[in-house]
Design a protein around this ligand. Structure first.
Ligand SMILES: Nc1nc2c(ncn2[C@@H]2O[C@H](COP(=O)(O)OP(=O)(O)OP(=O)(O)O)[C@@H](O)[C@H]2O)c(=O)[nH]1
Ligand SMILES: [Mg+2]
Length: 314
């Protein structure tokens, strides 16, 4: 099962445009809020310059990058938890994702409708964050209503849920709370949105001055930001390398994006190499060589003999 990234943001900020750029899947992009209703699901290959070099070195017939699933959902508006816009029921599509990408509109073009009538990515981030907090609050309260207190375990679970609910009421996301590893594992099973790792994607026109304030905010709040001029990149992707150079629009370096995704998901990469195929694999940071072999084939894990490990730079 590939790891999953969910795109979230206000309507009409460029989520589907970003999805199209990342997955190369042709889906509806339109200048009106709620163009997306049913979620779009696609696959993105993660760029890694090491894979290309290894493939060349081994003269592999096939080079296979690791892949990640992208899920593009409907836009979320202020008050969605109270039923505004499309409400927030569709957020259930985000419950299964491993990482959330919050898309923020930074491009100014007036002809593109902004549901809040002005461009302010920091305000929009707080709006979306609040809706995710409210969605989690509803989820935890549903859990509390259903919970039957029979033993110490359910008693403990009730206390955890009450603590989470009390913090969400103070607008503190679950990821900021301190829990033991066992408690964390239990909370993970609730699939709360504010418990998931996330990063911000600034969709700007290509003019850096549109994102300087946001960059400053991200630094102080210790968040992760990936700036990407989505529309410009989409246009550039249709041009030849020479034409791209002529207009001064080079393709974005998605290996930086891929590295950020891997770091937020706490993943490491290993490679299998040979004349037939050079392939990159994603594995959890604390996986052993033996478990890694199991990702390739369960027999390799079962009948594991030994591993000779080379760091890429060696
Ligand atoms: N000028 C400009 N327009 C953009 C950019 N990104 C997206 N757009 C336009 O904004 C409109 C909305 O884009 P979508 O990708 O459909 O936005 P969305 O966030 O998926 O919208 P919903 O599905 O309605 O929530 C389209 O007309 C896009 O062409 C950008 O970087 N610059
Ligand atoms: Mg859309």
């Amino acid at each position: 099962m590939p790891y999953k990234i969910g795109l979230v943001g206000l309507p009409n900020v460029g989520k589907s445009s970003l999805f199209r750029l990342l997955t190369k899947k042709n889906i509806l992009v339109a200048n009106y809020p709620f163009a997306t209703i049913d979620p779009n699901v696609g696959i993105m290959s993660l760029d890694d310059p090491r894979l290309t070099r290894l493939g060349e070195f081994w003269q592999s017939r096939k080079i296979t990058p690791s892949q990640i699933q992208i899920i593009d959902i409907a836009g979320l508006v202020r008050g969605a938890s109270q039923g505004s816009g499309l409400g927030n029921e569709f957020l259930s599509h985000l419950r299964e994702v491993d990482l959330i990408c919050q898309v923020l509109r930074c491009f100014p073009e007036k002809e593109i409708i902004h549901v809040e009538n002005s461009v302010d990515p920091i305000r929009d981030f707080s709006t979306i964050q609040l809706e995710l907090i409210l969605a989690d609050w509803q989820q935890v309260n549903r859990k509390l209503t259903k919970l039957k207190i029979r033993d110490e375990k359910s008693q403990k679970e009730q206390e955890i849920c009450q603590l989470i609910a009390a913090n969400l009421e103070k607008e503190i996301p679950v990821s900021r709370l301190d829990f033991s590893p066992e408690e964390k594992a239990l909370i993970k099973s609730y699939n709360l949105l504010t418990d998931k790792p996330f990063f911000l994607l600034a969709n700007y026109s290509g003019d850096r001055s549109e994102i300087t304030e946001l960059e400053e905010y991200v630094r102080t709040e210790k968040l992760t930001l990936f700036p990407l001029p989505v529309k410009l990149q989409e246009a550039a992707s249709k041009l030849s390398a020479q034409e791209q150079e002529e207009i001064g629009c080079l393709p974005a370096d998605f290996s930086v994006f891929s590295a950020q995704v891997k770091s937020l998901l706490k993943l490491k990469t290993f490679f299998t190499v040979g004349e037939d195929e050079t392939k990159s694999w994603l594995a959890s940071e604390n996986i052993t060589a033996r478990q890694g072999a199991g990702l390739i084939h369960s027999d390799l894990e079962k009948n594991f003999i030994k591993a000779e490990i080379y760091n890429y730079t060696e």
